[in-house]
Design a protein around this ligand. Sequence first.
Ligand SMILES: [Zn+2]
Length: 381
Amino acid sequence: MPGSSACTAACLSPRTCDVSGCGLAWSSIPGEVVIRRVAVAVVAAVSIAVGVAGGATAWTAAERREALGLREAAQARVERALVAVHEDSAARIAATTTSHVAGAQGLQTGARAALAAAVAQGRLTVEESAGRVGEDETPRVTLAARLDAAEAAAASASPTVARRLTAEVGEAEQAVHAAVAAEQERVAAAEQAAARQAARAAAPAARPRAAASAASGSSTGTDRCATTYGGPAFYTSAPTEGGDGSNGRLPASALSAVSWARDSRGTPFYLRSDATAALERLNVAFRAALGHDLALDLTYRDYDTQVAMRAALGSVAAVPGTSSHGTGLALDVPELPCAYGWDSPARAWLVANGPAYGWVSPTWARQNGSNPEYWHYEYRG
Ligand SMILES: [Zn+2]
């Protein structure tokens, strides 16, 4: 047993004595330090008592056994306390480490899952914005590039990197949404301007039509129920032979004709097949409510018609390839204010019930929208 004699009396086993002989090589666990100090004090007190007593009187064998027993009992309590402190500390360290590891893993999994979701959403946006951002494709190209970069880094990205990539993808996606909205506004405004310009240009020709239907109108000759359209006639289009599926170039395989109507030239009204199927269901309900089929004026418009419109009307006509009619997902009912106008029962029914069939009056086409068109509806699925 190492150490000075003063300490030797307090050191009851090699475990509690270090080179200084007093068991003072304290571990870093505070609880153990306290208990070791208590242990030294308790055992020293017992030992001193035994020593003093031993020096003063002659101990009986029974007294010595009792004193040694006390000392051993004290030491045993110290040992048990030390074991308990060790176990408690180990448990606390293990729990802390586990929770740190679990926390870090959770953080990483969460960040990567958010990135994966952002990438999936971004891909959808790239797909859905095709042909809808106008002539400047920069926002879509930027988004596609960020998606590629995010996807390449996704598997090994740290939470910080994953969050940065997620934010970058989100930012690029917002730019695409903004470009689509701006283009929608621009096209709608251009269509409206084209219609107005055409109405002015064709005013003499339009007048007789209004007059003809004004038989029951007012004596001034302006019939409140006469068509609000005075421009040159545009007709719905047949499927595009050999069409590649892009805006205004939809092949027959992508389109279906509605069953109950044709335009004035006998051309069936084509829409993308899912939109037609939904419109068929809508028309059944419409007929039940209004007592007649939904009237149609124009559905699918092909690229060549849009080019002709642009050639005839100049920059006020939508850029070919950007019209919502070119996707087979838009329809116009006749521009007859009494039959389909803002306050008509047909419009009220369509606005209220159309969405149940995926057909909506877009916000921009509403009466208080950026380009009011009571006749225009779009299929949103
Ligand atoms: Zn329209």
